[in-house]
Design a protein around this ligand. Structure first.
Ligand SMILES: [Zn+2]
Length: 423
């Protein structure tokens, strides 16, 4: 499906390639797509209003800034799989970070590319001749996002362990000029961006996907000094990549909202406990936010799946759960496939989403609230679905019209590759 044509000696390879029934026309300039994990638009607005993102402020008037709809549930793995394939979860197979494997009945984290059901734009761009690099702050995404990729792929989290044979590059700390950062830090994200800039500068990559971590957004609201410093750091690296001639698309996997009661304690509905009390034990609540980074959220998010002991009770239980204060949506599996674009074999019998300031837990003993005692900020539901998209170059008329419709965060490569002028 790939066609490449050489523009002549000394020119970068221009190419058009197709993957998952979409074609991408490659700009000759370096292409960078950044997924700022947990970046609700208020993070950009507030940082811009404080004058902390001068480079972004410089590109918005000539480029594009708007809102796009992410995939539900609004979690990291779900949306990173979608962004890098250009496809909704029903096609990627990623309906959460965590699920029950139907074949084994085991509760497993979806951190492996074996769960990925379609090819990535990154792998296809590499096959079309581009020098592709994927840098993720969180190592949990590495296997998924580097699937079938002939290029560079490593995580900030384990940057010091990257090797030529396995990651397409070694001595990453030396290249970036920074030590491997701790995962619970602003630096984990900034390292990924700095690595991207260095890879372009050294001619090692010209088609990049940089995926950050939402540790900072989980811990700090947009107006806090910590958050403003963090966004300034992001902006500095964006500035470096712009200076190197990159065409940049920025979006997020999901937003972030405070989930506390007025007294500051987490606003949790312990759904499995409530179900046990009303219907007796046996219905299992699975929380697809569950991942290795428990300090972020204590496994508390705004979406849950119920695996029913008796599926014939689905309607009765759905009606009862929907009446609970703080629950905003309950859909059964067929509806979730149709309306939420979720893969039917990777989700529970019922999908439950909670209000903007409410999270769903399993039972109190499953959650260590000490981890989030500074305040719980989390995501997963409808209220973290809309995220920003910024494109550093002007869009064609066709793509301005597309942006005015129902653009998705997983269209970002399409916008950058097919929609930009001055490329
Ligand atoms: Zn998160």
């Amino acid at each position: 499906m790939n066609s490449t044509s050489d523009d002549g000696p000394g020119e970068p390879i221009a190419a058009t390639f197709s993957v998952n029934d979409r074609s991408y026309s490659l700009p000759t300039r370096p292409v960078v797509v950044i997924c700022v994990d947990g970046c609700g638009d208020e993070y950009l607005s507030t940082s811009l209003a404080h004058g902390r993102m001068p480079n972004l402020a410089g590109v918005i008037p000539k480029g594009y800034r708007g809102m796009v709809r992410g995939a539900l549930p609004s979690f990291t793995n779900v949306n990173n799989a979608s962004i890098t394939t250009g496809m909704p979860p029903v096609a990627t197979g990623f309906g959460g970070n965590f699920f029950i494997e139907p074949e084994t009945g085991e509760e497993v984290m979806m951190n492996s590319s074996k769960y990925l059901r379609c090819g990535t734009i990154l792998a296809a761009a590499a096959k079309a001749g581009r020098k592709v690099a994927m840098v993720t702050a969180k190592n949990k995404l590495l296997d998924i996002l580097s699937h079938d990729l002939e290029g560079i792929a490593f995580s900030s989290e384990f940057a010091s362990q990257a090797e030529e044979a396995t990651h397409g590059i070694g001595n990453v700390e030396e290249l970036v000029g920074l030590p491997t950062p701790p995962i619970y830090s602003a630096e984990a994200s900034l390292f990924a961006l700095a690595a991207g800039a260095k890879l372009i500068e050294h001619g090692l990559a010209d088609f990049l996907y940089l995926s950050l971590t939402d540790y900072m957004q989980h811990k700090f609201a947009p107006h806090t000094p910590e958050s403003l410093d963090f966004y300034e750091g992001i902006d500095t690296q964006i500035g470096k990549m712009l200076e190197l001639g990159a065409v940049i698309g920025i979006t997020a996997d999901h937003g972030m909202n405070a989930k506390d009661k007025p007294d500051g304690s987490p606003n949790v509905i312990y759904l499995e406990s409530l179900l046990d009390g009303e219907f007796g034990p046996g219905n299992k609540v699975i929380l697809p936010i569950t991942d290795p980074y428990v300090v972020h959220h204590g496994s508390l998010g705004s979406e849950a799946m119920i695996y029913l002991q008796d599926p014939s009770q689905a309607m009765a239980i759905a009606d009862w759960v929907f009446q609970l204060d703080g629950i905003t949506e309950v859909v059964d599996r067929p509806t979730a496939v149709k309306k939420l674009e979720l893969p039917g074999d990777r989700i529970g019998d019922l999908i439950v989403m909670s209000a903007r300031d409410v999270v769903v837990g399993r039972k109190p003993e499953y959650h260590d609230l000490e981890l989030v005692k500074g305040g719980l900020r989390s995501h997963g539901g409808r209220y973290e679905e809309m995220v920003p998209m910024v494109i550093s170059e002007p869009l064609s008329e066709e793509y301005m019209a597309k942006a005015a419709g129902d653009p998705r965060n997983f269209d970002v490569f399409d916008f950058v590759c097919n929609g930009t002028l001055n490329r």
